[in-house]
Structures are given as structure tokens and as C-alpha cells.
Design a protein around this ligand. Structure first.
Ligand code: ADE
Length: 251
């Protein structure tokens, strides 16, 4: 079957950079969302801004699968680091996704997905490996080539790639109290964001392979809000474009 890869991004600016890679473009609007259909290299793609939060991302992911028949779904965006040893500019690729704000106790256990009998959703091993290769290649070319010397200095970038669990919830986490609470309950989680686990649940139900790629933009503590906007403009946009371009070269 010909691949038709859905690319979802959490920030409009990041996804604009990815849209710029597309050739033979057409834009389709559904439910206040723009889906750009085209090709990157020889690979058919549909690129869309997910919008923020689990519900918004669920709508966008469902439309990608149902209306555009994507065969794979890749989510790209930023995240706040929870685990020690992760730094701003590092990249996390998902092994498993969990919703840190889901709690239907006492009917079922904390974090359990209702009627799905699990807490975690596994990302697709093949897509995750592909994303890993692409990120490795991009990082081997040097982060300066991607973002320029100014941004490397400003954010003290020395990016490393990590594979692990990602937690999602409808909250921007920017306090030590909240980050430590999540980490206390879900100690294997590397980083936190607002969409990945929702997309994972959609993909589980539809049987669509997916993976999530997140660049660490902040440490989910009291500095989180200040760092965020600047980081998107100066770093995350360039990462997304380079990583998605490399994924399509490797497909
Ligand atoms: N995305 C990037 N940083 C985040 C944070 N601190 N909390 C939730 N989502 C994020």
C-alpha cells in the first residue's frame, strides 16, 4: 500500500515550516482546521496544526485518519522535561504515551483508559525507529547548521536523543509542585505535553501506526512560560522542518 503520512504539529509556526516542504499542495478546510495535502520528496503527506490540548488533537487526528486515509501518523512538537538529565533542546521519541490527568477512580485505576484496559499506549516500533534514525542523522549534521550559532549560545544547546514515556494532559505544567506530583506518580515519564496521548488513543482505536517526537522547550517548572515563546521561534521550527524532511528522505 502506498504510504500517506499524516504529520501533526502542536504549534502553528512549527507546522508552517513543515508545510513549506510540501510540493503539489492543496489545502482542505474542515472543522476550522487546514489540512495541506501534497508530497515531501516522493512521499505523500497530509500536514495539519493539531491545535492545543487533548480534545483538539483528537479531532484533528481523527480527521486525518477518517477523511484523508493516512497510513501513519507522526506528531511533532515541544514538551517540558520531567526526568533528570534532560536539557532544553534535547529530543524525546515516544515509547509509550499516558494521560496524566485521567482519573476515573474508584471505577477503574488511576490513569487507566476507560474500556481499553490499559494505562499506556505503545507507539509503533517501526515508525519510532524511523524517527530515531532521522533525528540521529539531523543531530549528526550539527545543531548549528539547523538553528545558527546565536540560538545555540542563547539556549546552551547540545542536543541528545532519548526514547521513553511521554505524559499528556490539558495543562501547561509550570510549577515544581505539579511536575513533582506527575513524576511521583509516573516515575518513568521523560516529559510532559498536551496532545500525544490523545493522538495515541485515537490511533489505537483506528489501528493506525503512530509515533511522537518532542523537543524539550522547558523544564516544566516556574521558568516554563518565559522560555517557551522564544524557543519556538528560534529553535523548534527549525528542528521540525529538518526532522520531518529527513524522515521523508528515509521512508
Ligand atoms: N509543551 C511544552 N512545554 C510544556 C509544558 N511545560 N507543559 C505542557 N506542555 C508543554
Amino acid at each position: 500500500m502506498t504510504r500517506n503520512i499524516g504529520i501533526l504539529g502542536a504549534m502553528a509556526q512549527e507546522i508552517d515550516e513543515v508545510k513549506a516542504l510540501l510540493t503539489e499542495k492543496t489545502t482542505v478546510k474542515i472543522a476550522n482546521r487546514e489540512f495541506v495535502v501534497g508530497k515531501i520528496g516522493n512521499v505523500r503527506c497530509v500536514v495539519a496544526f493539531s491545535k492545543w490540548g487533548k480534545v483538539a488533537a483528537t479531532i484533528t487526528a481523527t480527521l486525518l485518519i477518517q477523511e484523508f486515509a493516512v497510513t501513519d501518523l507522526i506528531f511533532i512538537g515541544t514538551a517540558g522535561a520531567l526526568a533528570e538529565g534532560l536539557n532544553v533542546g534535547d529530543i524525546v521519541i515516544s515509547k509509550r504515551l499516558v494521560q496524566h490527568d485521567l482519573d476515573a477512580r474508584p471505577i477503574i485505576s488511576r490513569f487507566e483508559l476507560p474500556l481499553l484496559n490499559r494505562v499506556y499506549v505503545d507507539s509503533d516500533p517501526g515508525l519510532t525507529e524511523l524517527a530515531g534514525k532521522a533525528v540521529t542523522n539531523v543531530l549528526n549534521k550539527g545543531v548549528v547548521n539547523m538553528v545558527g550559532t546565536e540560538a545555540v549560545k542563547e539556549f546552551n544547546l547540545n542536543p541528545k536523543l532519548h526514547f521513553g514515556d511521554i505524559a499528556s494532559g490539558d495543562q501547561f505544567i509550570n510549577s515544581n509542585e505539579k511536575r513533582n506530583e506527575i513524576l511521583g506518580l509516573l516515575p518513568d515519564v521523560l516529559c510532559v505535553e498536551m496532545e500525544g496521548a490523545a493522538v495515541a488513543q485515537v490511533c489505537l482505536e483506528f489501528g493506525t501506526p503512530f509515533t511522537v517526537i518532542r523537543t524539550i522547550s522547558d523544564t516544566a517548572d516556574h521558568n516554563a512560560r518565559v522560555d517557551f515563546g522564544k524557543f519556538i521561534v528560534e529553535v523548534a521550527n527549525a528542528y521540525s522542518r529538518a526532522i520531518v524532511g529527513e524522515i521523508m528522505r528515509l521512508v
